[in-house]
Design a protein around this ligand. Structure first.
Ligand code: ATP
Ligand code: MG
Length: 180
């Protein structure tokens, strides 16, 4: 499985609908300071369900919606779609491509979709659990995360290995059934 395409519209500095294509090797994103490179990784975290405003480098969730420039009016909603190549069936869905979309309005109402079908944030979390891809997965290593993996408390480090070993899902289900 690999990240194939990202569509960003109205998210942070991306006012117009922007398509970013990745390939299955290495894609580098370069540009001057402030040109929106980090906004791309923010968009990936956001569409995968990030709810921490701090992680998204804002002060309130509304900050992710394009706030306008001298020439462009602010927009009313942000939308990001991430498309994975799933021909190896890493994700348990019978589709060669799996897309996840998040849309959020200024009312802060968020919508999530898997392959264009509305779903809950919980469904997205479950879909990516044990793949390392979720917003807490190890496939997104932000500045400073390397250090936290190395120096965090042993239980936190263990969670990274549990995700890699593919047992997070079972732990979560066990916890859910214990709480019922
Ligand atoms: P650096 O090389 O310094 O890390 P960068 O390419 O990673 O820069 P980003 O942090 O991705 O840059 O982008 C910052 C830009 O995004 C700023 O110009 C900021 O004004 C703009 N920006 C952030 N949020 C919004 C928003 N809601 N609406 C419009 N522009 C925004
Ligand atoms: Mg940056």
């Amino acid at each position: 499985m690999y990240l194939k395409t990202l569509y960003i519209q109205g998210f942070k500095s991306f006012a117009q609908k922007t398509k970013i294509e990745f390939n299955h090797k290495i894609t580098g994103i370069v540009g001057p300071n402030g040109s929106g490179k980090s906004n791309i990784s923010d968009a990936i975290m956001w569409v995968l369900g990030e709810t921490s405003v701090k992680t998204l480098r804002g002060t309130k969730m509304e900050d992710v919606i394009f706030s306008g420039t001298d020439k462009k009016r602010p927009l009313g909603f942000a939308e990001v779609t991430i498309v994975f190549d799933n021909s190896d069936r890493t994700l348990p869905l019978e589709y060669n491509e799996v897309s996840v979309t998040r849309r959020m309005y200024r009312s802060l109402e968020s919508e999530f979709l898997i392959n264009s079908v509305k779903c809950r944030l919980k469904d997205i979390k479950e879909l990516f659990m044990d793949t390392g891809i979720g917003k807490d997965g190890y496939s997104l290593i932000g500045q400073g995360k390397v250090e936290s993996i190395l120096s965090n408390r042993p239980e936190q480090r263990r969670a990274v290995f549990e995700e890699a070993a593919g047992i997070s899902k079972y732990k979560m289900r066990k916890l859910e059934s214990e709480n019922k």
